[in-house]
Structure formats: C-alpha cells, structure tokens
Design a protein around this ligand. Structure first.
Ligand code: SF4
Ligand code: SF4
Length: 365
C-alpha cells in the first residue's frame, strides 16, 4: 500500500513569513489530521531531548506548536517523554513545561526502574526481551517526534531509533548494542604488534588494560584494513553485526508500536541539523547536508524511507566533516560515511509488517 506523507520544505520560495518553515509547520499540523489519533486520549510525544553540550535537537518552537495542536485536537492529556538522563538535562536545551506547554516525563521513571519486560518471541540471538518504559505503556496515543541525524552504529537515527532506543531501559539499550559484533579477534593468534591499531582509519581499536582487543563498533567502518593488515590473521571481519543491531532496533520498535494500533500513532521526522552523531553523544557537530524540512505521516517505514531518500550524497557539505572522516565506497551517503547500510532497519521493519516503503509526498504550501 502506498503511504501518504506530508512534507514541509525548509527552503522558502519567497521571503514572505508565510513561506517560512515555522508557518509551514503550523499548516502541516493542521493537515496531519491529529484528532483521529489523539482525541480523548492520553498522548505521549516521544522526543530525543539530547544531553551534554548538544544544542541541535528539535527546536522547542516546533515542540510547543505540536503540543498546542495536539491539545486543540482534543487530547485528554499530553506529555513529552525521553530517557531519565535526557529529561533531567532538558532545560539546558530550552525544554521546560512552561516553554513547551506540557510536562516532561522520564520514560522509565527517574530511576530507570518503571518498565514492563516484554519477551521477544522468538528470541533474536541474545535479545530475549525488551524493557518498555511505563510512561509509554500508560499512553493511549503516540507521536514519534524524531530528530534525524547520522549514526555510527546503524547509519542513521530517525523514527525507529527514537522509539527502540528511547522508550526502553538502559539495560535494554545495552542488550541492543550487544548485537553489534562485527569483528572477531582471536587472542591466541595475536602477538600485540599494534599494526591494526596504528592503521585503523577511525581510531576504533585499542587494547584494554587486561590485554584484550576492544573495538568501538560505533566508529568502525568495517573497512577491513585491520583484518587485511594483521600479519597473524588474528582479525576476521564478520560484517553482519550492524545488521543484527538494526534488526534488534526493528524488533524493539515493533514492541513499542504494538501498544498503539492505527490510527493512534503518528510519525514526524525533522530533517534539520543533520549532525554526524546521535544526540545522545552530548555534543553537536555541523550539519552533513543543508537543512531539508519536516516529514510527517502514519507509516513509520515510509517516513524512514523518505528520510533516506532526501539525504543525498551530492548534498554532502564536505567542509563540515571532522579530520579523518570521508565518504568511501558506494551506496547511500550514510553508508559511505559509516560503512553500514542505513536501509537495513527499514527492510526489517517492513518484514515485520510495520508499514510500506512505498510513499507519495504531499508538499505543504
Ligand atoms: S574494520 Fe576498519 S574501521 Fe573497523 S576496526 Fe578494522 S580498521 Fe578500524
Ligand atoms: S595486527 Fe594482528 S597481531 Fe598485531 S595487534 Fe592487531 S590483531 Fe594483534
């Protein structure tokens, strides 16, 4: 089935205020048909509120206007939610109840201990269950309000990552990351020559104090240099690790969405300040591409597909890349930057019947 998506383009055709993104945002929300999703329901807006010195999460203006429109559409109660640490420091980025017009609630409670353990059936590798936050489970309607950015472990962060990593406990985030894998080190073959470490282009490798090889998968581009250069044959690139991580994200997303049957769920991806790393890094980097706009709809697969379609290699602003980072190989821009195909999570979600990759865009004028 072809999904219908709304798109508000950042670039104005004229310099009239009504042609700006702020004005288009209001019209997009009017066209989004919020009432069937939220009227009479306790409505949860899931955001990534960032941390540290980061400042390129979704601007509070957009959140405030969304909250106003959700209330006007008849929601019984509205709140914004994210992980406990992000909620605690949200004021640093301008998110307060006074500014956004509704409470900010820790998704798993202030101590990360309010959740329900939901088994994954069948279990996927080491992932046997996800611990879903009580705040999301208590809601009756969900608005997945996601800031789009690059991501070293899965290629990009958007609607699915906002739910799968953002509506669960720290334990579940650890279990999802544990699926990454990717490079196998055989200790008995290694003579600690450090050739691999010195030739890793991303600085992803190091020896621990105990003498074990540690590979930071987030930075690893799966370029295989380490395996090719190792004189002892101690490193083997397995490659599928990131796909396992993405499948884990898709499975966790499905568990969240199981609580919000259509029409009680909506997705909004904000394609502004598309930074190199996730908001959880607690820092901000320049945007990889010019700001694009805002997508919205009721199909998570379609909105993620459209998001990737909008982020084009030819739009990369190379001067924003940190030293040592450069696109390489083929495929999507995110694949060239991180070595991981960002489409995998979309394919897994489609296989789980969470939506369709086929979409039509309706541009908000
Ligand atoms: S595959 Fe490439 S990026 Fe990854 S650890 Fe090896 S050398 Fe470093
Ligand atoms: S290049 Fe091979 S032998 Fe040398 S430290 Fe790396 S893994 Fe060990």
């Amino acid at each position: 089935m072809t999904a219908q998506l709304l798109f508000a383009r950042y670039r104005p055709k004229t310099l009239e205020p009504r042609d700006s993104l702020g004005s288009k945002w209001l019209r997009l929300l009017d066209q989004l048909d919020l009432a069937p999703a939220v009227a009479g329901r306790r409505t949860c807006i899931k955001m990534h509120l960032g941390g540290g010195t980061g400042f390129t999460t979704i601007h509070p203006f957009f959140t405030r206007k969304l909250v106003e429109k959700v209330k006007a559409a008849g929601a019984r109660k509205v709140f914004v939610t994210d992980s406990p640490g992000a909620v605690l420091s949200a004021v640093e980025r301008g998110y307060t109840a006074e500014v956004i017009g509704c409470p900010l609630v820790s998704v798993t409670g202030p101590a990360d201990d309010q959740f329900r353990r939901q088994p994954i059936q069948p279990a996927f590798k080491t992932l046997t269950a996800v611990e879903l936050g009580a705040a999301v489970l208590d809601a009756e309607a969900l608005i997945d309000f996601a800031h789009v950015k690059g991501h070293g472990a899965c290629g990009f962060g958007g609607a699915s990552k906002n739910l799968s990593m953002g509506c669960v406990t720290q334990n579940t985030r650890r279990d999802l990351h544990a699926l990454e894998g990717g490079i196998h080190w055989t200790a008995k073959l290694c003579d600690s020559c450090r050739t691999c470490i010195e030739n890793c282009p991303t600085g992803a490798m190091k020896f621990t104090d105990a003498g074990n090889m540690e590979i930071f998968f987030h930075h690893c581009k799966l370029c295989q240099h380490c395996a090719l250069i190792c004189p002892q044959g101690a490193l083997k690139v397995e490659g599928g690790g990131y796909r396992a991580f993405q499948k884990g994200l898709a499975l966790a997303t499905a568990e969240v969405l199981a609580h919000f049957a259509p029409p009680r769920r909506l997705f909004i991806n904000v394609l502004l300040d598309i930074s190199i790393y996730c908001d959880c890094w607690g820092m901000t980097t320049p945007s990889l591409v010019p700001d694009i706009g805002i997508l919205a709809g009721s199909d998570i697969v379609a909105i993620e597909q459209a998001t990737l379609d909008f982020v084009k290699t030819e739009d990369l602003i190379t001067s924003t890349l940190p030293p040592g980072m450069a696109p390489a190989g083929d495929g999507h821009l995110f694949q060239r930057l991180y070595g991981k195909d960002p489409h995998a999570v979309i394919e897994f979600m489609e296989a789980l019947k969470l939506g369709s990759r086929t979409y039509e865009l309706q541009e908000v004028e």
